[in-house]
Write a protein that binds this ligand. Structure first.
Ligand SMILES: Cc1cc2nc3c(=O)[nH]c(=O)nc-3n(C[C@H](O)[C@H](O)[C@H](O)COP(=O)(O)OP(=O)(O)OC[C@H]3O[C@@H](n4cnc5c(N)ncnc54)[C@H](O)[C@@H]3O)c2cc1C
Length: 251
């Protein structure tokens, strides 16, 4: 049972795959973990809900992937779709680590299937979640609960107290009440800002007014903005995840 008066080892803000993977990893290392998900339970999981597959490097075919996909080929593909706009250090790190993800997710109860009809070109490179993104999330949430991770829904974080680079506390809002939540470590995994059209305009200009957002309305970049305002260092390319997402869905 979540207890907002206690100090957890790790506070995870967000409820998508990044948040759940971080929460499960921390809990498996023995940490006490609280997850604060801003969305209601039915809509939990942010844009992860909409995903079907993820791209991962692997040395040989698996039960569901038709052949090898080397780290070098993955990096070349990334350079191609981003037109060279990528942070090589982060990209190579993510690509290298992606080799472990398939097995690790399987250990957390996530199941995979061969690529769907009509997406045959992805059958070698992309691992498809059996049942889609929501099924993957359900498996991760089930594992998190079984491990004793405390989870609160409908509880967006609306402020962060970070001083001299040190996280002190977060303000969580439940209905009309706000609570100060303390933890030794903060994992900010609250997604991007795709449903925040005003912020999107900073990158896409007035054209963003006509965007039809196919994503969850619960990611408005609040935690991202709070972190940046607190002096957190920005890395990577702001809209790059879009390019990867589009590539992953292309036939
Ligand atoms: C339609 C669609 C299809 C896609 N398909 C694919 C695909 O097949 N393969 C692929 O690799 N990528 C795909 N993507 C991209 C992918 O969804 C994202 O890259 C991924 O979900 C990011 O994961 P995340 O955990 O960082 O964020 P998210 O999954 O977006 O999760 C963010 C979480 O933070 C929570 N949150 C937000 N604000 C707060 C707050 N203030 N306090 C507390 N919680 C908060 C949200 O409720 C949510 O639970 C797709 C995207 C879309 C929109």
């Amino acid at each position: 049972m979540a207890d907002l008066t206690r100090q957890y080892d790790v506070l995870v803000v967000g409820g998508g795959n990044a948040a759940l993977c971080a929460a499960i990893s921390a809990r498996r290392e023995g940490a006490s973990v609280l997850v604060l998900e801003g969305a209601p339970k039915f809509y939990r999981g942010g844009n992860t809900r909409h995903t079907r597959n993820f791209r991962c490097a692997h040395d040989s075919a698996t039960e569901t992937l038709t052949g090898p996909y080397s780290e070098e080929e993955f990096f070349d593909d990334l350079l191609r779709i981003t037109g060279g706009h990528t942070d090589e250090k982060i990209a190579r790190h993510v690509i290298h680590e992606s080799k472990e993800v398939l097995g690790w997710l399987g250990e957390q109860g996530v199941r995979f299937q061969p690529s769907l009809g009509g997406t045959l070109t992805l059958g070698r490179t992309n691992a498809f979640f059996l049942g889609g993104g929501r099924a993957m999330l359900n498996a991760l949430y089930r594992t998190a609960e079984d491990l004793g991770i405390d989870i609160l829904y409908d509880t967006p974080v609306t402020a962060l107290d970070i001083q001299d680079g040190m996280f002190l506390s977060a303000t969580a809002t439940r209905g009309s009440e706000t609570t100060t939540v303390k933890a030794r470590t903060l994992v900010a995994a609250a997604g991007g800002f795709e449903s925040n059209i005003e912020w999107m305009k900073e990158y896409w200009g007035p054209a963003a007014d006509s965007f039809l957002c196919g994503c969850t309305p619960y990611i408005r970049g609040t935690v991202l903005k709070l972190s940046l305002n607190a002096g957190v260092h920005e890395v990577g390319v702001p809209t790059q995840c879009h390019a990867v997402g589009i590539d992953a869905r292309a036939p």
